[in-house]
Design a protein around this ligand. Structure first.
Ligand SMILES: Nc1ncnc2c1ncn2[C@@H]1O[C@H](COP(=O)(O)OP(=O)(O)OP(=O)(O)O)[C@@H](O)[C@H]1O
Ligand SMILES: [Mg+2]
Length: 355
């Protein structure tokens, strides 16, 4: 049985008549890296603020280690926070910033000195301990914020888009650093992002939010390969969607009749009866393109555009009464506009969802 570190039970946050977090039920497993992913305004920051104790839940209960914490003030919650809006104190040095949570918690002077040194070592900023935040780069400031969140050895670290302001290279380095710290310290991390590739690379599980509710919570792999809803399929990466209905089943596979009459073989899933309306999703990198038709699930298509994207080509296609996108290796031929090809899909790569 999983060991739940944090439980949100029926947690709701309302502003007037607006329900920005709607009856949320979420169990966070001890030691996991959980990402909250969703579009702007879906309630991610609000959830983190309630966990940290900076905002009250309108309804519902939050438990940590089985104890209700709704009325516990934030500095007694044993949670480190790295919020974009919770910036470093500009008038304090790096070392004073990192020492701050320890002072708040009444640690002794020599204990503070030792812990601050260790935390700054961990983020490789020991040599900069006397600088002011304004004398640091954006990435160094984020590392100070990380050290400040970890210095009192909390069991839980809450992070709200901590890498949003960094350039790509530094962001990717920090992603690795945070993952490494997570593994080494055995932390439970709740990490807010609206960058889906960041969520896919960093997380043990991803909770995909839409309008204050969880659409799906699962491993990155399941979220990407087996999205539960159209919203998830479209929010995580690019996808092709085809409308149809279940025409029959054969073992692990189902036949789908597409709206233009074409038949497709897809991976079957439970609860789909003959006649059920479905959407078939297929990821662009799973679309095979060939000149002569391949075996099953093959449609004639016409290339409407091929865009060079460095490490791959993005091929826009028209066929079976709709548009498709394929992602092909850069070694693949660069097909001219108007080229007639066949698009082929393996049944296993075609995943059906309710429309
Ligand atoms: N103090 C407030 N009063 C009224 N509405 C608020 C308040 N704070 C937040 N909201 C609303 O709550 C909703 C959720 O906000 P939240 O900041 O949690 O979203 P988010 O998912 O973090 O978005 P983003 O990705 O843009 O940071 C938004 O529609 C926002 O306008
Ligand atoms: Mg936010």
């Amino acid at each position: 049985m999983a060991d739940f570190h944090i439980r949100l039970d029926g947690v709701t946050k309302t502003y007037g008549s607006l329900r920005v977090v709607d009856n949320l039920r979420l169990d966070i497993i001890r030691g996991e890296f959980l990402s909250l992913l969703g579009p702007s305004g879906s309630g991610k920051t609000t959830i983190l603020m309630m966990l940290a104790g900076f905002q009250d839940a309108s309804e519902g209960t939050i438990y940590v280690d089985g104890n209700m914490i709704n009325d516990i003030p934030s500095h007694k919650r044993n949670m480190g926070v790295v919020f974009q809006s919770y910036a470093l104190f500009p008038h304090m040095s790096v070392a004073q910033n990192v020492a701050f949570p320890l002072k708040m918690r009444g640690f002794g002077r020599s204990d503070i000195r030792e812990r601050v040194e260790r935390a700054l070592d961990m983020v490789q900023l020991s040599t900069m301990k006397d600088r002011k935040p304004s004398q640091l780069s954006g990435g160094q400031q984020q590392r100070v914020a990380l050290a400040r969140a970890l210095v009192f050895e909390p069991g839980v670290v809450l992070m709200d888009e901590p890498l949003g302001a960094l350039d790509k290279q530094l962001r990717e380095q920090m992603q690795l650093d945070i993952r490494e710290l997570h593994a080494r310290l055995g932390l439970t991390i709740v990490f807010v992002t609206h960058d889906q590739s960041e969520a896919l690379t960093m997380s043990d599980r991803i909770a995909v939010f839409n309008k204050g509710r969880i659409e799906q919570i699962d491993t990155p792999r399941m979220i990407y390969d087996h999205p539960a809803t159209r919203f998830v399929a479209e929010f995580i990466g690019e996808t092709n969607l085809m409308e149809g209905e279940i025409a029959g089943r054969e073992g692990d596979e189902a036949m789908v009749r597409l709206s233009d009459g074409c038949m497709m073989r897809v991976r079957a899933r439970d609860g789909l009866e003959r006649g059920a309306k479905v959407l078939v999703t297929i990821r662009p990198e799973k679309v095979e393109l060939s000149d002569p038709p391949a075996a099953a699930n093959s449609f004639p298509v016409t290339v409407s555009d091929t865009i060079y994207q460095g490490d791959h080509f993005r091929v826009q296609l028209q066929g079976a009464g709709q548009r498709f996108i394929a992602r092909r290796d850069r070694r693949a031929a660069e097909w001219p506009q108007g080229a007639r090809l066949h698009a082929t899909f393996a049944a296993d790569d075609c995943w059906v969802i309710a429309p």
